[in-house]
Design a protein around this ligand. Structure first.
Ligand SMILES: N[C@@H](CCC(=O)N[C@@H](CS)C(=O)NCC(=O)O)C(=O)O
Length: 222
């Protein structure tokens, strides 16, 4: 069994969960959560010295970083490829993944933490959300079409796997900040409209909401 450490609330873990699900190789994977003492305990830090999730452990192979883990899984299980062979589509998938990682998730999570500070710096928080909006426009630009349920080309790819979490955090964070991710962005809106009621999305929202409640409970106790 290949172990994936982490929780599905994390978009970086969920991306791998979606990849494994899309490839139909769930029986090869154990999404094992985290050690009882969490991300910063010695046991976990030997797996990932940055104390971040996810980590993949496959025999002697131990990999941090979701992008690298996804690449490893694509290489080890080449059936049902989730990276397009077309060069331009391949670039578009990688660009969308990069936009999500560096500008969407990072800024949304940092801004959410800033909102919870005793005296929130409204200007700094707005600057973070402004960057999210710029990234949304970039994703809209690199997405292929408003005519199907895929972000790139005509097949489910790693960009779609990652966008499952984006859709969730748009609903749980961006909407609360008064930003409609889908207004005037017809391609990503088409993705949302086509996917919002699927079993994949219902399952992801269910798992993530459960963990979000637990996460917010822990913050309240601190
Ligand atoms: N670049 C990393 C990002 C991983 C990451 O930031 N994970 C977050 C959860 S969403 C984490 O573990 N945060 C805990 C911490 O930083 O203490 C990846 O793609 O795997």
């Amino acid at each position: 069994m290949i172990k994936i450490y982490g929780y599905r609330l994390s978009p970086f873990v969920e991306r791998i969960y979606q990849q494994v699900h899309a490839k139909g190789i769930e029986d090869k994977f154990d999404f094992c959560g985290l050690p009882d003492d969490g991300l910063k305990c010695d046991e976990y830090l030997t797996l990932n010295p940055f104390g971040k999730m996810p980590v993949l452990v496959d025999g002697d192979m131990c990999l941090p970083e979701s992008a690298i883990i996804c690449e490893y899984i694509e290489g080890k299980f080449p059936d049902t490829p989730l990276m397009p062979t077309d060069k331009d589509q391949h670039l578009a998938v990688n660009l969308i993944l990069r936009m999500l990682d560096m500008y969407v998730f990072q800024n949304m999570f940092t801004a959410s933490a800033m909102v919870r500070e005793a005296t929130p710096d409204k200007k700094a928080i707005k600057a973070k959300f402004d960057e999210v909006v710029i990234a949304l426009d970039a994703i809209e630009k690199f997405a292929s079409s408003e005519k199907n349920e895929f972000l790139v080309g005509d097949k489910w790819s790693l960009a779609d796997c990652a966008f499952v979490s984006a859709d969730f955090f748009f609903a749980r964070i961006l909407t609360a900040m008064g930003v409609d991710a889908y207004a005037n962005r017809p391609k990503i809106k088409a993705w949302h409209d086509a996917n919002k009621d699927t079993e994949v999305m219902k399952n992801a929202y269910g798992a993530k909401d459960k963990e979000l409640v637990a996460f917010l409970g822990r913050i309240k106790e601190e």
